[in-house]
Design a protein around this ligand. Sequence first.
Ligand SMILES: C[S@@+](CC[C@H](N)C(=O)[O-])C[C@H]1O[C@@H](n2cnc3c(N)ncnc32)[C@H](O)[C@@H]1O
Length: 248
Amino acid sequence: MSDYQFWSSRYKQQASWTRETRNFIINQISLPLQANILEVGCGSCAVLDEFTESGHNTVGLDIDFQILKYSIQNSSKASLINGDGLSLSLKNDFFDICFCHYLLLWIDNPVRILKEMSRVTNKTGWICIFAEPDYLSRIDYPSPLDKLGQMQNSSLSNQGVNLSAGRNLQNWLMQAGFSNIHWGIYGFHQKVESHSINADSEWATTQRDLEKLYSVEEILKYKEIEDNARTQGFRILFIPTFYAYAQI
Ligand SMILES: C[S@@+](CC[C@H](N)C(=O)[O-])C[C@H]1O[C@@H](n2cnc3c(N)ncnc32)[C@H](O)[C@@H]1O
């Protein structure tokens, strides 16, 4: 499996976790029937394609040209732009909704990106930050899987991730000059199962992060503890994920 295949299927899985809350947010704001919608940091268009399929005019922007190429090959119908969200080559006041999903954690200057999103959104439109995790407040259970969580956080931090992005959303929106700000945290309903369908993808993602810093032997040690806890049904991995939406 290529890196892009892996990430595309991971993004689809994340998009499925956040769908219900996205629908809640969309119901809270009045969206025109054929809205102009921009996603900054669209990746493989896992979320954006849902809006395209509902008949909206969709534009996706991403800094990674290759992932956009992958999206086109996998028949995304959105208009795609290769560019940096920190400086959008788009005109003012055009979009009814400008959104992002798992983007701001990767950005050094999220307030600047939010200001750009504000500039290209019309005055009655909305900015939606559909999901941003807060790795610093993660729960990993049982011990010593808390150590595994810290190891993944170290690797993410080394890759440039802001581990406390989630808790900052409200503050960043205020700094970027937004009003009518709403925010919340995703709920986390689980059914105890000896093998959850999410477990393999979750472990594969963790392993990719760990491999950047730790030896195979050390990773395999935790994999055994993780498998054992999952089989017995008491593994908890909870990373609080925030959302927010606001107007200019
Ligand atoms: C974790 S992925 C999320 C992709 C997509 N939003 C989703 O949830 O399926 C983050 C994406 O943001 C893009 N990205 C990171 N920094 C960016 C920037 N400054 N401008 C535009 N895109 C950026 C990355 O290339 C990547 O595709």
